[in-house]
Write a protein that binds this ligand. Sequence first.
Ligand code: NAD
Length: 351
Amino acid sequence: MHIVVLPGDGIGPEITAATSGVLRTASERFQLDLRLEEHAVGHASLEQFGATVRPGLLDIVRGADGLILGPTATFDFKDEARGEINPSRYFRKNLDLYANIRPARTYGGGRFGAFDLVVVRENTEGFYADRNMEEGHGELRVTPDVVVSLRRITRTCCERIAHAACRLAMKRQKHLTIVHKANVLKMGDGMFLDICREVARGYPALEVDDVLVDAMMAHAVRNPARFDVIVATNMFGDILSDLTAELSGSLGLGGSLNVGDGHAMAQAAHGSAPDIAGRDVANPASLILSTALLLAWHGERSGEIRYETAARAIEQAVARAIAEGQATPDIGGRLGTIAMGAAVAGMLRSE
Ligand code: NAD
């Protein structure tokens, strides 16, 4: 399996190094024959090539079996004409990675009780104005004091994310929750809700309910165990999944996979965390768990069971490392980023 690795900014290089170590161990242990090919992205690429994503990189990624994108300093990238492209948006859009799968589970206890859920977030439209237009930008400055930001919701994108969520729920506890704001965004979220319900009727074994996004914040904190698979439009899913990751113990546990019909990109749910960058304290579990999702995706697609076996083993090794306190300070441990990666790799070796 050929994987392109883009370390990114801030804590990106640290958590990517820890993740690559785990992947190399998994490759030996499960004969995965992984080939990791590293390229610059974000500030490092801007300095070297004059663009945060250099020309030609997309073709390299298209030719690979998977992509690992470390977090990037997207807030810094404001002017595409100066090469300041948002790498996350760029790959999601160009590879049509329409489903963002964001699991959140507790590892022993948890302040909000034990839970295991997945947020399935639409990834290509919604309130993300920078990816809504064929040409031009979906944010307009009407006067110096007035800005209009466009939100796009389409039947096709609602249908495909609904199917992705239903398929996933069928493999889990068969419970789908649709999160929306159809009481206010009557047309956009109204269509999203109707389509999700309509698609879910094609999966009669599913239990389906829906919750308004604002109330969802209270329900998620009060009783996260009541949820299994949650489907949401882009921005609501983005916000909700940061909450569920933090409820599970830390944003540093937030793994995520961006999936389309032909490609997949592992990417931590969080950002480049400049407040802790370069200090060897960032939790690498988010990116390690994301790459486990990537291996499982590749295994399912190629029919090669060893990739799915390796993915399960990595998840178990992360769980064991956390249970034994071999973890970073955000979840109560004393290890650094690299040492936690090494601990996970060690557990993989000894399983
Ligand atoms: P952030 O997600 O980077 O950090 C939020 C908080 O969570 C911080 O306190 C941080 O220290 C903590 N945190 C994040 N990851 C952690 C980890 N692995 N281990 C332990 N703690 C962790 O959000 P921010 O600070 O608002 O954003 C920083 C930059 O990241 C901005 O430029 C933003 O635009 C960008 N961003 C990028 C992505 C992406 O690349 N996918 C996603 C979100 C934000």
